[in-house]
Every structure is written in structure tokens, then in C-alpha cells.
Ligand binder design. Structure first.
Ligand code: NAD
Ligand code: LMR
Length: 328
């Protein structure tokens, strides 16, 4: 019997959706032997544009794509879903921080969390991309009564990919040789891109780079501010790289990820490393290939790392306080 996975994507007619849907339909998450049904959600005024996306998906004749559902009703889009990619929400513009979107975007994740609890498949996984993704994920998780909290993750994979690329460029090595970069905390400009356990072509990143001032300064700042730099350059927020990262994040859940190169996932904090409990925060994670993750334990954190992590955890705590009325 052939396997079919139902993948719900919200904001499917948006920029990220346009780059993400072909990746999913081509097996980018579940591999070349798993068929997929795309269940696409948009707001009512955008359904006509979504129908255009549907036509284009049909015209691609993807071998793995068996059906396309388009709707403005979350209960239709999330019906029996195995995986929900929550992208649909407003992006920031020039001069804004991601948390400025909380007022407009936060409430979207109340109804979507409830709908997931009501109609999604029994083994559903949820990945939140829409910003501010950590706190939106917390809102969805808290409103999805009955769905285990560990099914919810938010995306910091784009930051992890960015950090790997910057380290590789500096070391003049290919980015595929960079392993074990961690993004701690929030997908925001307080995030802490941590190179202390990273290797580049088998050598400790700090040794390969041999420039601590660059690591603590320009490297961190470039990764923290990359989203803003792209908005300034393109006039729109990242889409191609965001779609690739969403695909990478979801694929990490469904393939085995080990300590040889962990995945940075934003997951529910359990106090490990001194994180305040109950936040959706970036951690180094391994995965079992069945949708389950574990925080990598026992990594040494020096004073610099502890100080930078504390800053981003404080911001997440403040964001949680801002939305306490939305937390179910
Ligand atoms: P976009 O404006 O191009 O598309 C968003 C789409 O979502 C629109 O088509 C809109 O109609 C739809 N939408 C809005 N509210 C919705 C709802 N309630 N239900 C379903 N659909 C809804 O934006 P984009 O560039 O695709 O970005 C989407 C989100 O992803 C933004 O919040 C952006 O900041 C975020 N983002 C996150 C990361 C990350 O690393 N976590 C990276 C890039 C972008
Ligand atoms: C990014 O990191 O590119 C996205 O979160 C979009 C943004 O607002 O920066």
C-alpha cells in the first residue's frame, strides 16, 4: 500500500507558499517514495489567487502530488493533516521588528490551534513560520487542547542555515562541511547564533576561523540582522530561503538527526540550560525520524554564551507576557 501524507500549508498564495509548495510536491519533506496531498488555506479575498496557484501546481504534473485542496476554512485545510505548516500571516516591512507583528498575527494562531485540535490527524506535527514565530507557536500550542505540546515547533532553521553559510564563507569551505551550529532563543535580532560546538570540515569553528572578534561581532550581527538586510535589499522579506528552511526543518523531523549535526528547532523549553520553562525557544535538537525531537543535553556554555542566551530568553518571556490573554 502506498503512503500518502496530508500537508496543510497556510498563507499558501503568499511569497513563501509560492516557493514552498513545489518543494513539498517534489518530495522535499517526506522523500521520493511518499505521495502528498496539499491542503491549502488562504483568507477569503485571496482564494482567487490561490486558485491560480492550484492551476500551476496541476500544470507541474508532480508525480508525488495526488490531490490539492484549497479553502478559506481551517477545518477543511487541517482535516486529517499529518503536517501543518503555519506560514499565513503578515510579514514585517522596513523599520519594523518581528515582534511588532504580534498584535496583528498573534490572534490568527488561536483559531488555527483550535482547528488543529479539532480536525487534524492523530499524529499531527505543526511547524510555525509566520512571525513572530516562537510566540505564535506558543499561542497555537496553548489553544490546541488535547494535542501534545511537543507536536509544535517553530522555525529557526533559516537562521541556522544563514549561520552555517557565513561561517563557511569566512573559512573558505563549503557550507555542507559546517556542522552543529545552534541558534538559541528567539527568531529575532536577539537570537544567539552559537559557534562554540560547531565544526568546519572537521575542525572546531573557532580554530578554523581564528578570529574571535569576528565571531562575537560581525558574524553574530549578520545572522541576527539578515532578515532585515533582505527586506532592505528586496523590498520584501525572505521567501526562497524561508521556504527552503521550512522544508529543511520539516524534513529534519521525519529523518533521523543525530549529534553529528543537530537541527536547531524552536521547541517547548523544559528548563534545560537555564531556559525559563514554557517558552518556545531555539535549542539544538536530535530527531528520531518519526516526528519526535529531543533537546541535546550536556553542552558546555561559557559565560559569553550564558549572557547572550539570557538576553534572548528574556525577550521571549516578555513576548509571552504580551500575549498572555491569547494563551487559551
Ligand atoms: P506574504 O504576505 O507574501 O504571504 C502571507 C499569506 O498569508 C498571504 O497570502 C495572506 O493572504 C495569508 N494569510 C494571512 N492571514 C491568514 C490566515 N489567517 N489564514 C491563512 N492565510 C493567511 O508573506 P510571506 O512572505 O509568505 O511571509 C509569511 C510569514 O512568514 C510572515 O509572517 C513572515 O514574517 C514569516 N517569515 C518567517 C520566517 C522564519 O524564519 N520564521 C522567514 C521568512 C518569513
Ligand atoms: C527572516 O528572517 O528573513 C524572516 O523572519 C523575515 C523577517 O521579517 O526578517
Amino acid at each position: 500500500m502506498s503512503i500518502v501524507k496530508r500537508v496543510a500549508v497556510t498563507g499558501a498564495a503568499g511569497q513563501i507558499g509560492y516557493s514552498l509548495l513545489p518543494l513539498i510536491a517534489n518530495g522535499g519533506i517526506f522523500g521520493p517514495n511518499v505521495k502528498v496531498v496539499l491542503q491549502l488555506l488562504e483568507v477569503t479575498p485571496v482564494l482567487a489567487a490561490l486558485n491560480g496557484v492550484r492551476m500551476e501546481l496541476e500544470d507541474c504534473a508532480f508525480p508525488l502530488l495526488t490531490d490539492i485542496v484549497c479553502s478559506d476554512d481551517p477545518k477543511v485545510a487541517f482535516k486529517n493533516a499529518d503536517l501543518c505548516l503555519l506560514v499565513g500571516s503578515k510579514p514585517r516591512g522596513p523599520g519594523q521588528e518581528r515582534k511588532d507583528l504580534l498584535q496583528d498575527n498573534g490572534k490568527i494562531f488561536i483559531g488555527q490551534g483550535r482547528a488543529i485540535a479539532e480536525v487534524a490527524g492523530p499524529d499531527v506535527r505543526v511547524v510555525v513560520v509566520g512571525n513572530p514565530c516562537n510566540t505564535n507557536c506558543l499561542i497555537a500550542m496553548k489553544n490546541a487542547k488535547g494535542v501534545p505540546a511537543d507536536r509544535f515547533t517553530a522555525m529557526t532553521r533559516l537562521d541556522q542555515n544563514r549561520a552555517k553559510a557565513q561561517l563557511a564563507l569566512k573559512a573558505k569551505k563549503h557550507w555542507s562541511t559546517v556542522k552543529n551550529v545552534t541558534i538559541w532563543g528567539n527568531h529575532s535580532n536577539t537570537q544567539y547564533p552559537d559557534w562554540h560546538h560547531a565544526t568546519i570540515d572537521g575542525t572546531a569553528a573557532a580554530t578554523a576561523i581564528n578570529d574571535e572578534a569576528w565571531l562575537q561581532g560581525p558574524f553574530m550581527k549578520t545572522v541576527q540582522e539578515r532578515g532585515k538586510a533582505i527586506i532592505e535589499a528586496r523590498g520584501k522579506s525572505s521567501a526562497l530561503s524561508a521556504a527552503q528552511a521550512a522544508c529543511d526543518h520539516a524534513r529534519s523531523l521525519y529523518t533521523v538527526t543525530t549529534n553529528a549535526d543537530w537541527a536547531s528547532l524552536c521547541v517547548l523549553s523544559d528548563g534545560t540550560y537555564g531556559t525559563p520553562e514554557g517558552l518556545i525557544s531555539g535549542f539544538p535538537c536530535t530527531t528520531d525520524g518519526k516526528g519526535n525531537w529531543q533537546i541535546v543535553k550536556g553542552l558546555a556554555m561559557n559565560d559569553f554564551s550564558k549572557q547572550k542566551a539570557a538576553i534572548t530568553w528574556k525577550e521571549l518571556t516578555d513576548e509571552r507576557d504580551m500575549v498572555k490573554d491569547l494563551l487559551g
